[in-house]
Design a protein. Structure first.
Length: 343
């Protein structure tokens, strides 16, 4: 099959991402604009502001990516866009722009599930994993373990029953009086702390399954904060203990999943996959049992258009259905089970 060149648009939350991917030559250009500074004053993402900012950023980012790739719209064969899950208004901006551009150019448009984009993002790396592998999807809204045997062939092994790991990081950061975005701020604070001073639980560590639960851990942090007062050293120690608790559970469950599937490859994707301590602990534990761990490039851990363009290209190569009449739809709530069954 001849090479395919795909534009990808990501606008599910507070990053605007655009990328250009060629199935023969790889990723030719990508750019991301983060809205962190804009939302920082509000302590979290304001959906209406996010949507308006996506509108402002899409065209400049598209022109920048095409220039980086040395290409024009005449070189684009198809357009992929994030259709969900995410913020409704933000998704509508990217989807409507992608569908209109595809209609104007007479090329197909393809909706992409945000989680599948993250799931496949390590395949864009310099040393991509071969199929099959176990994937740990760990982000602000999702924590799942999946068996991946091919593009579109995914089996859910375990997931968070309440707060996702990234969500627990953000909520704990707020309890400690840290700014937005909370997860990275907590990780930085933890680097100056010492775990062990506070005793936090490792939820579901010995549950006998591959599910997760982090809501109780957040509550344990709240109890410790209320028992304060905490000085700067105390806050750092509590952050360090929290991070150790989360990473211990993620590492233990991930390696248990790899073992249960009889595999030697583990892929980590999603924003929390950039956490330095998680990578350290995973690499050390995996090496002891002969498991190879793969991560996306750091710039591809958070939301980006590259993963959407790549995922769209792989789906198109597999014969996925597209729209060529300008029609589009978004799925702010796209249940994981529906996504898996659709694969």
């Amino acid at each position: 099959m001849p090479g395919m060149r795909v534009l990808g648009f990501e606008s599910s939350c507070d990053e605007t991402g655009v990328a250009f991917y060629d199935t023969d030559r790889g990723l030719l250009g990508h750019a991301v604009h983060s809205q962190v500074e804009m939302h920082e004053a509000y302590g979290g993402v304001v959906p209406e502001l996010a949507s308006r900012d996506h509108i402002r950023r899409l065209v400049p980012l598209l022109l920048r990516v095409l220039a980086e790739a040395g290409a024009s719209m005449d070189d684009v064969d198809a357009i992929a866009y994030t259709a969900g899950p995410g913020l409704a208004g933000a998704l509508l901006v990217g989807a409507s722009f992608a569908a209109a551009l595809a209609l104007a150019r007479g090329i197909p448009a393809l909706p992409v599930h945000h989680l599948e984009g993250h799931l496949l993002s390590p395949l864009l790396g310099r040393d991509p994993p071969a199929f099959p592998f176990v994937a740990l999807l760990v982000s602000g809204g999702h924590t799942q373990l999946m068996r991946v045997t091919a593009v579109g062939a995914y089996e859910l092994l375990g997931e968070s029953l309440d707060d996702a790991a990234g969500e627990a990081f953000d909520k704990t950061a707020k309890l400690l009086g840290l700014g937005y975005p909370g997860g990275p701020a907590l990780a930085r604070l933890a680097e100056s702390g010492t775990p062990g001073r506070f005793k936090l639980p490792r939820p579901m560590l010995h549950s006998g399954d591959l599910d997760f639960s982090f809501s109780g851990l957040k509550t344990a942090v709240l109890t410790a904060v209320r028992a304060g007062p905490l000085d700067d050293a105390g806050r750092a120690d509590l952050a360090a203990e929290f991070q150790e608790a989360v990473t211990e559970v993620l590492v233990t469950k991930s390696l248990a999943a790899v073992s249960s599937c009889g595999m030697q490859r583990l892929v980590v994707a999603g924003g929390v996959g950039a956490n330095r301590r998680l990578r350290e602990r995973l690499d050390l534990a995996a090496a002891k049992v002969g498991v190879r761990v793969y991560y996306p490039e750091l710039e591809l851990c958070t939301d980006n258009g590259a993963m959407i363009a790549f995922c769209g290209a792989q789906r198109l190569l597999a014969g996925a259905a597209t729209s060529e009449n300008g029609a589009f739809a978004v799925r702010p709530r796209w249940p994981l089970q529906e996504f898996l069954s659709a694969g």
